[in-house]
Design a protein. Sequence first.
Length: 179
Amino acid sequence: MRKTLMALTLAGMMTGLSATQASEGHDHENEKGMSHDEHSHDAGMKHDDHGDMKHGDHGGMKHEGHAKDGHKMDGMFLEKKQIDGYSVSFHVMKPADGPSMGGSHHFMVKVEKDGKPIEGIVMNTKVVYPDGKDESKKAMKMGDWYMAGYDMQDGKKHQLMILFKTADGKKHKGGVYYP
């Protein structure tokens, strides 16, 4: 399974980068000076669309779910949960050598319904760091996964949140804790 995930990640990174994402002025490094309210994303979704979901608001997250619904092994983290009838896989891992989404860790999410990946999703991700500060990024589609890079601290608890908009225009949110 680990080899499959690594192959999927590397293949997605190699084929999923578009000229738009790599173009000058699109990287998140240039956005550090922007306020949370000034920065918006495609399809009318903004960082603030995490809405009522603030630090400490778990959007249905369960603390006890890690042992039952997810697993950690060799620096990898994978947890599945149900959000509004969708099966959502949260995956965190350190990037392999080579192309990277930036950051020390890749935060990856897959959304499925009836065992099949959902198409036409726009997704924002948010990480609340151990010190209470947060950072939001739009996830880039890589195969069946949506991915963003974040600098996370090993061994410390991070709150991972997502907000995704399906093709029908409905917004769905949820999250987990890592590790």
